[in-house]
Design a protein around this ligand. Structure first.
Ligand code: SAM
Ligand code: SF4
Length: 329
């Protein structure tokens, strides 16, 4: 049983850990064109992260997702994975990556014990990939996906952000590609976490709209019952055969009441929500001789302060000071 239960009765078992704010892409919905990164000394070391995870598992954390920035640009990520999978209580370590470096690292990550991979890919044309990410790299991502499969990863998920006026033309090719190749595609609504503050309600291409495009261009989809009540996605099945398409609709269908996630930023701050405007400093504790009890108390305080919902769309909604790449998606 998790001790990480908030005022609304939500238990927390999942910790998302950002290992860096650096990235080899500059996705327009996440990073500014010119990013200023934190100094390396500001980032938690792998030993510090492992200590925090050991404390968190004693409170009920069971699953870890490593993210960023781009986690694969941090040196020797498999070393961290090996450290985390041996911590008693941890049942799964997963990684979210843009896939650019997967061709070199997929085998090492699998051997280290990564259980699942999410790969972010919004476009299947070089031109659209570059327009969205401000970099080239589609061929490397596709090679990375193949390498991940060859390394033995099963049920690889592909995450695609949907943005009106930017990604519509990529929806159908992505769905066809994933269906043929057997990847589980998930469309994610655009959230107000971009660094350049270009988000607006009008630019959110909703899951319903994406589904309409898919039904019109490819064929009907049928909803599936949720396999795991905590999962934010609703999965749909192609009516005429195999293959799933998922929809994560944080803007039009918030899943806050089922949220079981906590976050640790690369610079060592606990957050209870992507949209949290407060943080609990664990790096300060780690570097000033703080006890395990003090780290546990910080995590419990973070959970106790969690709001009922993110509030996007409400008049008093305030964006967090950090953009997505500085939090960890
Ligand atoms: N670099 C890795 C990647 O791209 O997969 C991991 C970090 S990235 C911040 C994690 C996920 O957040 C990606 O799937 C990305 O598409 C998504 N993301 C980033 N900014 C977003 C935004 N403003 N709205 C919705 N999803 C976003
Ligand atoms: Fe980098 Fe991922 Fe953000 Fe794109 S979404 S800029 S790949 S951290």
């Amino acid at each position: 049983m998790t001790q990480l239960v908030d005022r609304f009765g939500r238990g927390h078992t999942d910790l998302r850990i950002s290992v860096t704010d650096r990235c080899n892409l500059r996705c327009t919905y996440c990073m500014p064109a010119e990013a200023v990164f934190r100094q390396r000394e500001e980032l938690l070391t792998y030993e510090e992260i492992s200590r925090v995870v050991a404390v968190a598992t004693r409170l009920g954390i069971r699953t870890i997702r490593l993210t960023g920035g781009e986690p694969l640009v941090r040196r020797d990520l498999p070393r961290l994975v090996r450290m985390l999978v041996t911590i008693p209580g941890i049942v799964e370590v997963a990684v979210t990556t843009n896939g650019l470096l997967l061709a070199e690292q997929a085998g090492l990550l699998a051997a280290a014990g990564v259980a699942r991979l999410n790969v972010s890919l919004d476009a299947l044309s070089d031109e659209a990939f570059e327009r969205i990410t401000r970099r080239r790299g589609l061929a490397a991502v596709l090679a990375g996906l193949e390498a991940a499969r060859a390394a033995g990863f099963r049920s690889i998920r592909i995450n695609a952000v949907s943005i009106r006026g930017l990604t519509e033309a990529e929806i159908v090719p992505l769905a066809r590609f994933c269906r043929e190749a057997g990847f589980h595609l998930r469309f994610i609504e655009f959230m107000p976490l971009d660094a350049e503050q270009a988000w607006s309600d009008e630019r959110v291409l909703s899951g319903d709209e994406v589904r309409e495009i898919l039904a019109r261009e490819i064929g009907p989809l049928e909803p599936l019952p949720a396999a795991d009540p905590g999962q934010p996605a609703t999965d749909w099945r192609w009516a005429d055969g195999d293959g799933l398409v998922g929809f994560i609709d944080p803007v039009t269908r918030p899943f806050c009441e089922r949220c079981d996630r906590l976050r640790l930023t690369a610079d060592g701050q606990f957050r209870n929500c992507l949209f949290s405007t407060s943080e609990w400093d664990v790096r300060g504790l780690l570097r000033s001789g703080g006890s395990d009890e003090a780290i546990a108390a910080a995590l419990l305080a973070c959970v106790a302060a969690k709001q009922a919902a993110h509030g996007i769309g409400s008049p008093d909604f305030a964006r967090p000071a950090r953009a997505m790449y500085e939090i960890g998606g």
